[in-house]
Design a protein around this ligand. Structure first.
Ligand code: FAD
Ligand code: NAP
Length: 540
């Protein structure tokens, strides 16, 4: 069911218009409704789900445990819903999102198959005017983007890309009816999390899988398994405390076995035992073995070498193993990948790794791909080449703020946004998981819930005070951006050419975009709210 577009005019704007119907947009709609603020959602997909609607490639799962990668805002919901696996599959997560949409009757205010193509601020009326690809203009007092950090795919400009005559897929736009790769020769470009999850599944179906790797990634085993009744019961009985712990006391928004000491100064044999135990337990818990792993290069090297040793132990062909070992950036400086039999996949007879650092792609050909050394023919070519992350979807929305200033121009040298929620000069525009918020460095649902609650509370505050516009103070924004950078540079994160830095998109400014520390961020936001929303300017 898709709602008709809300009927709005500049004289009768809707209070809040939310763009996007993933985890963020759905919760934002629910929250606004709870306070009686008129709201509607516009979504370009034909249904809810966002990331989990689009990314249906085989093997897609969450990398945060299902019991934690779920909404915490409704006690009955978390008691009634039962996850089946430690790391839920994409279909199960999508079923959950659909369940939420139905349970809270959200679809009646969501218009699907409609993309927002531009948004322009009307300074005199203090409201936004939006165009969509569905026709009529929309007018709203507040515009809230819930467009996702990983929702604009990056299709690299490889020579000859349009000449390919076989079938092309992208992991981020996988056909909903599924794909039968039986007997097919498959080429896979990219070795990020998507590829690492997909490769074992693709290899088990295809006649031949050739993985083209430019940069190897660090990956830890998921050790996925069905959830036991005991574990589910424990979480359900303790949800409120556990959720609070994740929100208020962790850097990542997820509960792990947190470190109690530094690797530096600890006996190497003890470190090995600890890392081994975490490797066996599985998941991103491995990253939290010691408190200096993402801070001190020497400590980081220990964990990195441990993983490289695991790769060498697992992959039988020494040259392939060596090519799979990342060596030129710190482990954990890119989001750690969590896999099921990724490295083992390279022991299969039908799988081959091509190291693009040794033989770069020359061009895509009508029948496959040519590197500097060899030509490959495929029936199917798959791009797992990532996203124009964090800012890409926002800058593509053609947003124009006060004084005719374009968002894409304002952010040309790098994005700045106060708390990652508002960018000065774009009044009444809120961004959920915008640049400068913890977003992608966290269990994203925890961050999304916090951002939504903050925006909601601010909108209620404005209503109570009879204010109709709000903007970020330019100096507060500058200070926040400096703080985001300063915190990042106390860690090893900026040493990797990652998408956190915009490094995967040619020409994108190299700025570390997310904020490190869910706990610290929440405390700062709470203090700002208590201080009457310091750093925000309001007007009647
Ligand atoms: P999205 O889910 O991206 O939703 C944004 C929506 O906005 C989309 O439906 C899009 O169609 C819509 N939209 C965008 N622009 C427009 C427009 N102009 N007009 C109309 N609609 C528009 N995070 C984790 O914390 N843990 C994980 O395990 C995890 N796994 C992931 C796996 C994959 C394959 C990917 C790609 C990401 C993963 N993430 C994970 C990050 C994930 O994106 C977030 O966890 C979360 O789902 C984001 O929700 P969202 O609502 O903010 O954005
Ligand atoms: P990604 O990590 O950005 O990986 C993209 C891959 O494509 C990289 O290996 C990149 O190589 C390669 N690539 C890009 N352009 C190329 C070119 N021209 N030639 C050859 N190779 C090229 O993207 P992703 O795998 O989709 O993951 C993005 C993020 O989504 C993750 O970090 C994670 O946050 C989230 N995610 C999570 C999960 C999960 O486990 N739950 C699964 C998927 C995604 P270079 O590194 O050399 O640029």
């Amino acid at each position: 069911m898709s709602a008709p577009l809300p009927q709005t005019t500049s004289d009768t704007p809707i209070h809040a218009l939310v763009v996007g119907a993933g985890f963020a947009g759905l919760y934002m709609l629910h929250r606004l409704r709870q306070s009686g603020l008129s709201a509607a959602v516009v979504e370009r997909a034909p249904d809810v789900g966002g990331t989990w609607f689009w990314n249906r490639y085989p093997g897609a799962r969450c990398d945060v445990e299902s019991l934690q990668y779920s909404y915490s805002w409704d006690e009955d919901l978390q008691q009634d819903w039962t996850w089946t696996e430690r790391f839920a599959t994409q279909p199960e997560i999508l079923r959950y999102i659909n369940h939420v949409a139905e349970r809270f009757d959200l679809r009646r205010d969501i218009t699907f198959d409609t993309a927002v193509t531009s948004a322009t601020y009307d300074e005199a009326a203090r409201q936004w005017c939006l165009t969509t690809d569905a026709g009529p203009e929309l007018h709203c007092r507040y515009l809230i983007t819930a467009v996702g950090c990983l929702s604009s795919a990056n299709l690299p400009a490889i020579a000859g890309i349009d000449s390919y005559e076989g079938t092309t897929y992208r992991t981020s736009l996988w056909p909903h009816e599924g794909v039968d790769l039986t007997g097919q020769r498959v080429g896979l470009i990219g070795t990020g999390s998507s590829s690492i999850q997909a490769s074992p599944e693709l290899a088990s179906q295809a006649a031949e899988l050739v993985v083209f790797q430019r940069t190897p990634n660090f990956s830890v085993p998921a050790r996925n398994q069905p959830l036991t009744e005991e574990k589910i019961r424990y979480w359900k009985e303790n949800y409120s405390d556990l959720r609070r712990e994740a929100r208020e006391t962790t850097r990542s928004g997820a509960i792990y076995d947190l470190p109690v000491k530094s690797a530096i100064g600890t006996d190497p044999a003890e470190i090995r035992t600890e890392l081994e135990a975490r490797w066996e337990k599985g998941g991103a818990n491995f990253a939290y073995a010691y408190n200096d792993l993402i801070v001190t290069q020497e400590a980081n090297d220990i964990a990195a070498e441990f993983v490289r040793d695991k790769i060498r132990e697992t992959v039988k062909d020494p040259a392939t193993a060596e090519a799979l070992c990342p060596k030129d950036y710190p482990i954990f400086a890119k989001r750690i990948c969590v896999d099921s039999d990724y490295y083992e996949t390279f022991n299969r007879d039908n799988v081959r790794l091509v190291d693009l650092r040794k033989m770069p792609i020359d061009r895509i050909t009508p029948t496959g791909l040519k590197t500097s050394d060899a030509a490959f023919d495929f029936d199917v070519l798959i791009y797992a080449t990532g996203f124009d992350a964090i800012t890409g979807t926002l800058t593509r929305m053609n947003i124009t703020g006060a004084g005719g200033r374009k968002l894409a121009e304002k952010w040309a040298e790098g994005p700045k946004a106060y708390l990652g929620l508002m960018t000065a000069g774009f009044p009444n525009l809120f961004m959920i998981t915008g640049p400068g918020s913890p977003s992608v460095l966290s269990n994203m649902i925890v961050s999304i819930e916090q951002h939504v609650d903050f925006i909601h509370d601010l909108l209620v505050d404005l209503r109570e005070k009879g204010q109709s516009s709000v903007d970020a103070d330019p100096q507060a924004e500058e200070d926040w951006a400096a703080h985001v950078t300063e915190v990042a540079h106390t860690t090893l994160y900026p040493r990797a050419a990652s998408w956190y830095m915009g490094a995967n998109i040619p020409g994108k400014p190299r700025v570390f975009m997310p904020y490190i520390g869910v706990d610290r961020y929440r405390a700062k936001c709470d203090a700002i709210a208590r201080a009457g929303y310091s750093g925000f300017h309001t007007a009647p």
